[in-house]
Design a protein around this ligand. Structure first.
Ligand SMILES: Cc1ncc(COP(=O)(O)O)c(C=O)c1O
Length: 364
């Protein structure tokens, strides 16, 4: 029934498949930036906590009786660390984006969204009326400003950006924070790839730019990346969190997030805050290796290497696999032009990072 479309995907070397990769490969493909997804100590602590205190699954939505002390403690720790008024945990980053965008953009409101915003946010805009979504050029604050100024809609204005963009690894410019204030807009910042990696306290882009969160700021973070767990959270003013608890369908009509995942997220948050100096110096060391060998300057641990050929990225990935390294081979439609996505994870040995960078320099 879908063979025509599948065949055209295959013909253009864009077919995606699930693979179980050899565990012995050195992982330079996942978003586990800090290596916490396999930190036994954090796992044990989270497990002990769930077994000792709860010994149950969530069983219901957080708005019925699925909310527990583990959810609350994690939310309290997140809001304290990030300096936001309130927080809510969510099942995943995908659900968080759907929740925020579908619920916060009311009739007559407009959302201005970066063209490279994550697929979950783009999908959420499809739930709005046609005229409510305006896409601006990637990281182009002038285009954003022009589009806000020429917009005729009378309602609220919202802006949606990412702290670190998931494929390009580039960071949002500070000017967008200024535009949000100047134009009295709500600013949604997806920090999936920046929390745990950017900023003096490794909290993300607000921390990086030293911006104190205000009433018009909303931050979303995911646990499936630097936090080595699964799930997400939204930080905002108390009013916005209360509104989401009452209007966001992907929070209300879904089972509360898994307790183990939340307990692990809490362990990771504590670990990151406690070890921030050590983590930052390893991040800087890895970025120096990338700069020395590949000539790429990056603020994040996502290193895109432009190949622009769907077949070739798969070939490069295979060659590196034979040599013991796993890197991402990302093709359209995820990116406009095919890239090798190298993640300079800090748990990877420096020699290994040097070797894979050298190989990539020769293969690209
Ligand atoms: C920028 C961004 N936002 C949101 C998500 C979704 O997060 P999750 O994996 O928790 O659903 C991702 C994950 O790929 C992402 O890269």
């Amino acid at each position: 029934m879908y063979s025509k479309e599948l065949n055209s995907i295959k013909k253009s070397n864009r077919l995606r498949t699930r693979k179980i990769f050899d565990k012995n490969l050195i992982d330079l493909a996942s978003n586990d930036y800090l290596g916490l997804a396999s930190n036994k100590e954090l796992f044990k602590n989270a497990y002990k906590r769930v077994i000792k205190e709860q010994y149950t699954s969530p069983k219901a939505s957080m708005l019925v009786n699925g909310y527990s002390s583990i959810h609350k403690e994690f939310e309290d720790a997140l809001k304290k660390a990030n300096n936001f008024e309130d927080a809510v945990v969510v099942g995943s980053g995908f659900l968080a984006n759907i929740s925020m965008i579908e619920a916060l953009v009311r009739k007559g409101d407009t959302i201005f969204i970066d063209e490279e915003y994550h697929a979950s946010g783009m999908l959420a805009t499809k739930l709005l009326d046609d005229k409510q979504t305006i896409i601006f050029k990637h990281n182009d604050h002038k285009d954003l400003k022009d589009k806000i100024e020429t917009c005729k809609n009378k309602g609220r204005k919202l802006i949606a950006i990412e702290g670190v963009y998931s494929m390009g690894g580039d960071i949002a410019p500070a000017e967008i924070f200024d535009i949000a204030d100047e134009k009295d807009a709500l600013l949604i910042v997806d920090e999936a790839h920046s929390s745990g990696v950017l900023g003096d306290n490794l909290l993300g882009i607000f921390d990086y730019y030293n911006i104190t969160p205000k009433e018009n700021h909303i931050k979303m973070g995911t646990l499936g990346k630097a936090y080595g767990s699964y799930g997400a959270y939204i930080l905002a003013s108390s009013e916005i969190i209360e509104f989401l608890l009452n209007r966001a369908k992907a929070i209300i009509y879904t089972t509360a997030p898994s307790l183990f995942d939340m307990a692990l997220g809490l362990e990771s948050l504590k670990f990151i805050l406690k070890n921030s100096d050590k983590i930052k110096s390893k991040i800087n060391a890895n970025l120096q290796v990338i700069n020395d060998i590949l000539g790429i300057t990056s603020h994040s641990l996502i290193i895109p290497i432009n190949i622009a050929d769907n077949k070739k990225v798969l070939e490069i990935q295979e060659i590196l696999k034979q040599k013991g390294f796993l890197v991402g081979a990302i093709r359209q439609p995820t990116v406009k032009s095919a890239i090798i996505r190298l993640i300079a994870k800090i748990d990877v040995d420096t020699k290994a990072l040097e070797k894979v960078s050298q190989l990539l320099k020769e293969l690209k």
